[in-house]
Design a binder for this molecule. Structure first.
Ligand code: NAP
Length: 527
């Protein structure tokens, strides 16, 4: 049952006067549940509890944290179809997506459980003393990663499970030993509350301290701002718009004690179609890209919003085929009227730019909040001269840019802002021939793709989901895969510390049996 209350630690709480409803974009009407925005007292209490919980939680063993994370996955599943129905009602997304995303979320939780159970993620490193070294003796120095402290996670609108309440940011922060306060996304506050109840039940069942998790509702910027500015908060995870992520990043940097904000924001995911790809497989790529542009109604951060090619008859044929394939796709309902309005505005703004022309458009009437996909084309010079055309339109929208030659292609890529992904379509021998284009793309993105589509982010250790600003606020980290845990930890060195008093990961006997760097050599043996 959805109560509409916040969870301040284990306590359900509704003290504030501000209330709101979530929205069903399919019926274009408010959902019945009434949510209570957290007030300042509840915000402060959640952070206070998290800071207290941190003193215990940071020292809980990897094995116990693993039990907690696995319990969350099990409890999410135990919520059954009720959870799936609320997700669908609050997002307009279909059942298959809801079940798939829940499975992915549970998989992420179990992946981090395995990681912390093994314990090697702390990157233990030992340099033993050389007391007889001249001219000065070398002390014993040992280093490992320690959790940062309470983390605020902003639920994202486009992933109500996988990047929200128990999503990748929360799972990785809890795994690191950081208590989490979720700023629930107002568009799916009911889904968030149900998942939060699963987390809190798991915390109680596995003996975690009160305050290890809180879930705060909000329908305005106030709660998010107050959390980011609270001195007890030590880091922030965010997925959403460039404007939102940048505002929070600046806020965090201006604090008396600045803290890191790991924001995953906008990207238009450039795709470079080299000549052979269009000459030999133009129809094939047109079908693949029509699917990718419309997948999830274009509401993925990896949606391909920019396709670059060299002016040629085969590019014209490809554009026509992609336009036709897009025209045959059934328009889908977007997550929320606000997201739909942003899509419509962005689409019209870019379409109104001088030099653009429409390749494909859906003009027939559609129900409310349903996105009519559109494909534009423009020549390289016009694109280069107009930064408005470089902006993300969140939804099923893309632009084909026709460059004069390979040199213009390279210049266009170098002029782009940072991106999550960059894709090359072509043959292996073309990579050398167009090495300037490939190098330019590598400088701009977090993930390079050869002969594929950017949508579909595999959860695995080698994945990089991040990229130069504004794709993310720190391109050294990834938001997907086990290495996402490193965002929530910092290295601490122990100098000449008594062996008995060291954390297990650094003790001579290596009681965890983990692989460590001992005097520069990897080893899982005791010292
Ligand atoms: P958003 O506007 O960035 O908001 C995300 C969250 O951040 C919300 O919970 C919002 O709080 C909070 N927030 C935003 N600006 C803030 C500020 N200045 N101070 C404090 N809190 C702030 O994203 P959205 O609502 O999910 O969607 C809006 C647009 O973002 C979309 O149309 C799309 O263009 C873009 N978007 C992009 C991606 C991507 O992956 N590239 C993903 C999602 C959204 P409240 O909701 O409580 O007001």
């Amino acid at each position: 049952m959805i109560s509409g209350k916040n969870y301040v630690g284990n306590q359900a709480s509704a003290q504030g006067p501000i209330t709101f409803h979530s929205f069903d974009p399919k019926t274009n009407s408010e959902n019945p549940w009434l949510f209570y925005e957290a007030n300042d007292k509840e915000i402060d209490e959640a952070v206070k509890l998290a800071a207290e919980a941190f003193q215990i939680f940071q020292n809980i063993t990897g094995k116990k944290k693993a039990l907690f994370l696995r319990a969350i996955a099990d409890e999410m599943e135990a919520l059954g179809d009720d959870l799936i129905e609320v997700y669908m009602t609050e997002s307009g997304l279909p059942e298959g997506r809801a079940r798939g995303e829940r499975g992915r979320t549970m998989g992420q939780l179990r992946m981090f459980a395995d990681l912390v159970e093994k314990g090697e993620w702390v990157e233990a490193s030992v340099d033993t003393a050389l007391p007889d070294r001249t001219p000065i003796p070398k002390p014993d120095i040992r280093k490992m990663l320690h959790p940062l402290g309470p983390i605020v996670v902003f639920g994202s609108s486009n992933f109500p499970f996988a990047y929200s309440t128990a999503g990748g940011d929360t799972a990785s922060a809890l795994a690191a030993g950081c208590p989490v306060i979720v700023k629930s996304h107002p568009m799916h506050a009911g889904t968030g509350e149900l998942v939060a109840s699963a987390i809190l039940k798991s915390a109680k069942d596995t003996g975690m301290p009160n305050g290890v998790f809180s879930n705060l509702n909000s329908n305005s910027y106030h709660v998010g701002k107050a959390l980011v500015q609270h001195p007890g908060v030590k880091g922030v995870g965010f997925t959403g718009s460039i404007a939102g992520g940048t505002a929070l990043f600046k806020m965090a940097a201006e604090r008396e004690e600045p803290i890191p904000v790991f924001a995953e924001m906008g990207s238009i995911n450039p795709v470079v179609a080299l000549p052979s790809s269009l000459e030999k497989k133009g129809e094939y790529w047109a079908a693949q890209y029509a699917n990718s542009i419309t997948l999830g109604v274009g509401q993925f951060c990896t949606c391909p919003g920019l396709i670059l090619g060299l002016k040629s008859p085969s590019l014209d044929v490809f554009a026509e085929a992609l336009g036709n394939a897009l025209g045959q796709k059934e328009p889908g309902v977007m997550l929320h009227p606000n997201i739909y309005q942003n899509f419509k505005k962005g689409k019209e703004t870019l379409s109104a730019q001088t030099g653009t022309s429409v390749v494909a458009d859906i003009t027939e009437d559609v129900p409310p909040n349903v996105a009519q996909q559109r494909l534009l084309t423009v020549d390289g010079d016009t694109f280069l001269a107009n930064p408005t055309l470089h902006q993300e339109v969140f939804g099923p929208f893309s632009i084909i840019v026709q460059a004069d030659d390979a040199s213009e292609l390279e210049t266009i890529i170098r002029e782009l802002e940072g991106q999550l992904t960059g894709t090359i379509l072509g043959e292996e021998n073309e990579l050398k021939e167009h090495s300037g284009v490939v190098e330019a793309l590598k400088d701009r993105v977090g993930r390079l793709i050869f002969n594929g589509v950017p949508t579909g982010v595999e959860v695995c250790p080698s994945m990089v989901h991040g990229g130069p600003f504004p794709a993310s606020t720190d391109s050294r980290f990834t938001a997907v895969g086990i290495h996402a845990i490193k965002r929530w930890a910092r290295p601490v060195a122990y100098q000449s510390w008594p062996d008995n008093e060291l954390p297990d990961a650094l003790k001579n006997s290596n009681p965890l049996g983990i692989s460590r760097l001992i005097n520069g050599e990897t080893s899982d043996k005791p010292i």
